[in-house]
Ligand binder design. Structure first.
Ligand code: FAD
Ligand code: SF4
Ligand code: SF4
Ligand code: SF4
Length: 530
């Protein structure tokens, strides 16, 4: 502990601190983004990968498909463009895909079952196996991965990348049983805890006449990805895709590659569309047409077999419970549109098979559905809606189960509320640079081309990108405070750490003002705990 003897002069005491950066607090998986970016800038790729893996076993996948929540509030945006964190994460994931890895030791006799092998279930299973428990994952499909396998198309997430990330989890001792659609009742006798992570795989119905003439988007993607069933889409087929989420976009982009001509019809406008914004843009660039403020009211089939989908025009009314403006039909505006196929993708709900058909309010953590075994829930069915949120939810449920089994309180991550915002950054010390953007593969003819569209960055570009980081809230030893202090009271101690000699500090706060990245804060008292 030190006392700032001059606090009465300036009224403040400068202290070195490490604050949270917005990229870290925004990542739903809880990844220490600033640290893996820093390690990447030093070419310590193995350590950077380990940093991510502690909170996210799917860096290659998330580097590709995550909406990059971390980038949305990156403080670099105020200067030029946010860091391309997704590209760095993707590079690290791919770089370490074939790492050798051993099974974690089993320390406890209790066995845990996880139902569903999506990102939430697999992450939960891995964390519990790391914690010393034998974990078995049951999966209804013939391949593991959940929506990463049966929803997200291969031109966005190559299947061999997903295979490797799942293999890595298996190598650490998680057992996966495929082709087993199970209910809690069926397996409850063999386990001490069951985690339900079955996602949302049942397409929601539109409830319009002749709806059976339409295909269901989520089923279309499942069948195509698992069984290579092209569902009779022929070259030149006009396909109406109804909806505005990720499923609608991925269905439309898949149709393009099957030779069809897709048009998405969405009942609100672009700003309310729930699909990931850059996916909408990529779809548009590829040639997917999107018509806004339109909703189907009826389907009719003529003698030639072609379909008329009757669309009604909508306008936006007052916001609904989600905060988005409610679409209101404009009476008398119905018109038929001739199409060859209609695919609906207006949302999904969970399959109640796991609860033996019972209606259950699924939510994160322990739920009340069985008398004989504790049941926990996580992933899409408990909220969220992205892979990274699934991973974060899997981490959380694992903490909840570990606490339950050990009888100890849940270890919550310490949420330091001191998050560095643009006002805290001294931008004059940073030069403007361009972000290294992912190259996009130019494809002359999309027909039958399911190869990956967005390419990764080279090692050189990844390092260059990582060096753009402003180090928000974390001293990067630029030396400004040391060289600008008029009293020369700042020194480097034997551990090579910067220290302030409070016997001679005059509380002028110049060090604070000249720190580029907000790694010094001013206290209003004179006591410093060192
Ligand atoms: C078309 C599409 C595109 C998407 N694109 C993106 C994207 O670009 N980026 C992004 O971040 N997110 C995207 N998402 C969302 C993301 O995939 C999901 O949020 C995420 O996969 C949810 O993870 P989960 O583990 O909760 O469930 P899921 O991934 O849905 O996995 C649940 C698993 O449980 C299995 N299951 C269900 N019932 C049973 C049972 N009774 N017994 C055994 N197994 C069962 C299912 O077969 C499935 O494999 C997309 C989703 C879709 C549908
Ligand atoms: S998982 Fe998403 S939000 Fe988290 S660091 Fe990666 S890209 Fe960013
Ligand atoms: S500049 Fe670096 S530390 Fe700051 S928010 Fe962006 S990635 Fe995070
Ligand atoms: S001015 Fe530079 S050396 Fe001093 S605390 Fe800030 S980043 Fe670290």
């Amino acid at each position: 502990m030190s006392i700032n003897k001059a606090v009465d002069w300036g009224g403040v005491t400068p202290v070195y601190v490490t604050k949270q950066a917005p990229c870290m607090t925004n990542c739903p998986a809880g990844t220490d983004v600033r640290l893996f970016v820093k390690l990447s800038s030093e070419k310590k790729f193995g350590d950077a990968y380990k940093t991510i893996y502690q909170s996210n076993p799917f860096p290659s996948t998330c580097g590709r498909v995550c909406p990059h929540f971390c980038q949305q509030n990156c403080n670099r945006t105020e200067l030029d463009e946010s860091l391309n964190i997704g590209a760095i994460e993707r590079f690290l994931g791919d770089y370490c895909l074939k790492n050798t890895i051993k099974p974690h030791e089993i320390k406890f006799s209790e066995k845990i079952a996880v139902i569903g092998s999506g990102p939430a279930g697999l992450t939960a299973a891995l964390r519990l196996r790391e914690g010393g428990y034998r974990t078995t994952v049951y999966e209804a499909f013939s391949r593991a991965g959940g929506m990463m396998r049966v929803g997200i198309p291969g031109f966005r997430l190559p299947q061999d990348i997903l295979d490797e990330e799942i293999n890595m989890i298996v190598k650490q001792g998680v057992e996966i049983v495929l082709n087993r659609k199970v209910s809690i009742k069926e397996i409850e006798k063999g386990y001490s805890v069951i985690i339900v992570a079955t996602g949302s795989h049942i397409g929601i119905r539109m409830n319009i006449p002749n709806e059976n003439l339409a295909l269901e988007g989520i089923k279309f993607l499942h069948d195509f990805k698992i069984n290579n069933n092209r569902q009779n889409i022929n070259k030149g087929d006009r396909v109406a895709v109804i909806g505005g989420g990720n499923t609608a976009i991925d269905v439309a982009r898949s149709i393009l590659r099957l030779g069809g001509e897709p048009t998405i019809y969405y009942r609100r406008t672009r700003s309310e569309m729930p699909a990931i914004p850059h996916e909408i843009e990529e779809a548009r660039v590829e040639g997917v047409k999107i018509k806004y403020l339109a909703a189907p009211v009826n389907i009719e089939k003529d003698e030639s077999g072609s379909l008329d989908v009757w669309m009604i025009k909508m306008k936006l009314g007052k916001p609904d419970e989600t905060g988005r403006r409610r679409p209101v039909p404009i009476k008398g505006s119905e018109k038929p549109i001739k199409v060859d196929k209609i695919i609906t993708a207006i949302g999904q709900k969970y399959d109640d098979f796991v609860f033996s058909g019972k209606e259950v309010r699924a939510r994160q953590g322990k739920i009340d559905v069985s008398n004989s075994v504790p049941v926990f829930c996580c992933g899409d069915m408990a909220g969220g809606g992205t892979v990274t949120e699934g991973v974060g939810s899997g981490n959380e449920v694992a903490r909840e189960v570990l606490a339950f089994l050990s009888g100890k309180p849940i270890i919550k991550k310490n949420k330091n509320e001191d998050i560095v915002s643009p006002e805290d950054i001294n931008y004059v010390y940073y030069l403007q640079t361009y972000s290294n953007r992912n190259p996009i593969k130019k494809i002359a003819d999309l027909y039958n081309d399911f190869s990956e569209v967005v390419q990764g960055l080279s090692e050189e570009k990844v390092v260059d990108e990582a060096r753009r980081c402003l180090h928000c809230g974390d001293c990067y030893k630029c030396g400004n405070c040391f060289s600008r202090c008029p009293e020369a009271t700042i020194y480097v101690d034997e551990e090579k750490c910067l220290r302030i000699d409070y016997d001679h500090c005059k509380s002028c706060a110049i060090c604070f003002q000249e720190c580029p990245c907000s790694a010094i804060k001013l206290k209003l008292d004179d006591v410093v705990n060192e």
